[in-house]
Design a protein around this ligand. Structure first.
Ligand code: PLP
Length: 463
């Protein structure tokens, strides 16, 4: 008997589930009380009161049995633990950078790097600064400059690499401000705050060329380097037959270093690193790391965390995993688009971003339309998402408020956590909310801290 080869277009979760975690159903009345008690800020809700938690894909993924078993074998020595050497060797193998400094998460790497490089009145160009990068630049008295290509700011424009930096604007900025006021050029892959959109290899190469021409260090904010490598593979000429790991290696080869949150494509619940080639800068980074993070062979991580990251970095680059990961995010995007909802297109890597400015034109930017939608999704179906709009970015360093360029609601998909039926349910929640969008109203901030205010701000609905 000769059977025909089998081929299905269904992309299944490339894992089976051996440990499960219950999730809790609440009623709409419960959720109204809970959100009121949380000062209308989803960050202040208890996770147990959330049914599907899409607040972030950071540190919320499921680890593999291989990661768990590596963790049991960890070495918790204070200095020179074998877990550190495994971690260092994985990071070096993938990034090619000479010095690997572990940190407890991505922002700690940013803190070390920017404390040493950025002084008053410096400018730091990036495609789009993530909120913690921006905050660290500003904390050092510097100015965070976003130089995204025009298409990246137009939610509905289709472009394969909407995370690209506008390299003409970069050259103009260098001419205008002088290279002495630009201590580092950053590029965020994928561009989290701009919709999880990828950066092309050609763009990385060009930014690198400009940086080198002017003698400015070039660092990659590498949190989603594996997802970016997949987009390069499927969308950029010449990469179809390359392995994601080789694409990642090429990407890093154009840079002088990177900051990394292992809570993303490190497939771990905590961890990060700063990796770089410059010996002198690395020495200074290690000294500062001892002050703020810990001894340079653990840097804020336990031995078992370093084990989880060392294994996780390779798992994030697995082709079967990446195909499923990127396709399952697009599956949600497609469902929302089919229902007439405006999202950033094409769908990004780790999240779907709903364009709340487009959905809720009756709510002015400084009454926070994306925040309003975020709360409505929780009230409707117990789904937690996050606002990436004027609450997150509206507060200026001088204390004034300015609307953010976009009002987005990000539905971030934790890695290997939710199944297709969760996503189907979630799409129903969003569509149900969309169908009564004119009932949603604006919000007012009643109290907020001066930096990263969205994490702890208190709000109230406007009448
Ligand atoms: C998450 C993230 C960071 C910060 O990392 P943490 O681990 O949360 O401190 C920096 N940049 C980007 C693009 C991120 O997504």
């Amino acid at each position: 008997m000769k059977l025909k080869p089998f081929k299905s277009n269904v992309i299944i979760e490339p894992f089976r589930i051996r440990s499960v975690e219950p999730i809790r159903f609440t009623t709409m009345r419960d959720r109204e009380k809970l959100l009121h008690k949380a000062s209308w800020n989803p960050f202040l809700l208890k996770a147990a009161d959330v049914l599907i938690d899409l607040l972030t894909d950071s540190g919320t993924g499921a680890m593999s049995s291989r990661q768990w078993s590596a963790m049991i074998e960890s070495d918790e020595s204070y200095a020179g633990s074998s877990s550190f050497y495994k971690f260092e060797s994985a990071v070096r193998d993938i990034t090619g950078f000479k010095h690997v400094i572990p940190t407890h998460q991505g922002r700690a790497a940013e803190n070390i790097l920017f404390s040493l490089l950025v002084t008053d009145d410096d400018i730091i160009p990036n495609n789009t600064h993530f909120d913690t990068t921006r905050a660290h630049v500003e904390h050092q008295g510097g100015q965070a400059l976003d130089l995204l290509i025009e298409e990246g700011l137009q939610p509905l424009t289709i472009h394969p690499f909407k995370g690209n930096m506008d390299t003409e604007k970069l050259e103009q900025a260098i001419l205008k401000r002088g290279k002495d006021n630009i201590p580092v050029i950053m590029l965020t892959v994928t561009n989290n705050s701009g919709g999880g959109q990828p950066v092309s290899m050609a763009n990385v190469r060009e930014v690198s060329r400009i940086a080198r021409e002017h003698g400015i260090p070039f660092f990659i904010d590498a949190c989603r380097f594996a997802e970016n490598s997949w987009f390069v593979k499927i969308r950029e000429e010449g990469y179809q037959d390359k392995k994601p790991i080789d694409i990642a290696r090429e990407l890093f080869s154009y840079a002088d270093g990177c900051t990394m949150s292992a809570k993303k494509d490190g497939m771990s619940n905590i961890g990060g690193f700063l990796a770089l080639n410059d010996d002198d800068l690395a020495r200074e980074c290690r000294s500062l790391s001892i002050l703020t993070e810990g001894f340079p062979t653990y840097g804020g991580m336990a031995g078992y965390d370093m084990e989880a990251v060392a294994a996780g970095l390779y798992e994030a680059l697995d082709e079967g995993y990446l195909r499923y990961r990127i396709r399952s995010t697009a599956y949600l995007g497609d469902k929302l688009v089919d229902a007439g909802i405006s999202i950033i297109q094409p769908t990004g890597g780790h999240a779907v971003y709903i364009d709340a400015k487009h959905m809720l034109p009756h709510i002015p930017p400084l009454e926070y339309p994306a925040w309003s939608l975020t709360n409505a999704l929780y009230l409707t179906g117990g789904v937690r998402s996050v606002e990436i709009g004027s609450v997150m970015f509206g507060l200026q360093p001088d204390g004034s408020e300015k609307p953010a360029p976009m009002e987005l609601v990000r539905l971030a998909i934790p890695r290997r956590v939710y199944t297709q039926s969760h996503i189907d349910f979630l799409a129903d929640v969003v569509i149900h909310t969309y169908n009564q969008r004119e009932k949603l109203g604006g919000y007012r901030i009643t109290s907020a801290p001066k930096v990263l205010r969205h994490f702890s701000a208190e709000l109230e609905p406007l009448e």
